[in-house]
Design a protein around this ligand. Sequence first.
Ligand code: PMT
Length: 398
Amino acid sequence: MAHITIFVSGSIAAYKAVYLMRSLQKNGHHVKVAMTKAATKFVGTETFSSLLHEPVLTDLFDHNDGHIAHIEFADWTQLAIVAPASADIIAKMANGIADDAVTSTLLAVHAPTIVVPAMNSHMWEKSATQRNLRLLKSDGYLIMDPVDGQLAEGYAGKGRFPEPELIKEFVEGQLGNHGLLAGKKIVVTAGGTLEYLDPVRFIGNRSSGKMGVAVAQAALSMGAQVTLIAGTMSVAVPSNPHLQIISVKTTEEMLTKVNEQFTDCDALIMAAAIADFKPLHLADQKIKKHPGENEWTLKLETTPDILATMGAKKQSQLVVGFAAETQDLLNNAEHKLASKHADMIVANDVAKACSGFGTDTNQVTILQPGEKPQAWPLMSKAKVAQRLMKLVAQKLGK
Ligand code: PMT
């Protein structure tokens, strides 16, 4: 179990660091906390210290007993988490400023450091903030991007602190599985594809991209080089120096990009919801409705099956598909495993409220040729992704 220090800075999300600390403690880690003065305006030091049973570091000059507290803290730390990280602390870290207990300790830390920004969306978008984050990334810091959602200011935008459970899973990924996929190239598809009827209309589906992005994040946390082929998505894609993002819209575009990336990859994970049909004719002008016409028939044709195409041409690559079913889950998924020549199918019952499209959780069953199906319990998509990528790493001989 690791020595983890949480550095809390001044953001309304500071109280959520208490939940993060608790869930890391529950996992058996030894946690210490350091807070900036601004952070103490949002949550009291006593909240942390009474749960930690030790004082919180807030002042460089608190100890006059010969201890150099911030250096002791830094040397003790095996993993540092700056959460929430305000725009101010990000700017200071990026420029090596050490003007209080938190920034001085952070400058002395020689352990991997995860930065979890949380701020107003306009502050997040400011070029200075983005420039500072790029500097931190190039210095080797791991950034866990904030999420889109309702902000304290009353409007929606990017800048929300991710749920503490998700941060914990990211942290566990760094600790437990670090390096498990080092040197491997993993291609992940996420989101939905859409098929145009005319210049303004299309057929699509409800995939948010959460499952695919979670898989990409899990693979990154295990040290893989990841290519994310992203269809239409409603979630933000994290930026990471080891992540290449390729955006596509239609099934044909996704096929082209998967095909390009497949040859030199070690594993392909197809979490995208791909249109099985597309309009037989694509109108080049907006289709008009005519008076008296109450019905309109749309003729569809099948799209290429990307998973089956890659399954048929694979050599050493591991090919993993998902199966989204609303009935007869196992039989349908078994059929997909065989007919698409996949090495693994992650079957999810998308009729359940807690699984499938748009949810934060998923309950999946893993199917592999010649093996008994493994039903996993209901978990967050991040956890499903971590477990899935561990299995993929095992299959790749890690
Ligand atoms: O994005 P989220 O909101 O988080 O939702 C996650 C999810 C429900 C989309 C995901 O968990 C999931 O189940 N993805 C697969 C959706 C799907 O298209 O399933 P399918 O049973 O129709 O297809 C089986 C497999 O073949 C899939 O890996 C799919 O990517 C692939 N396929 C399907 C059709 C096609 N023409 N080409 C394909 O490659």
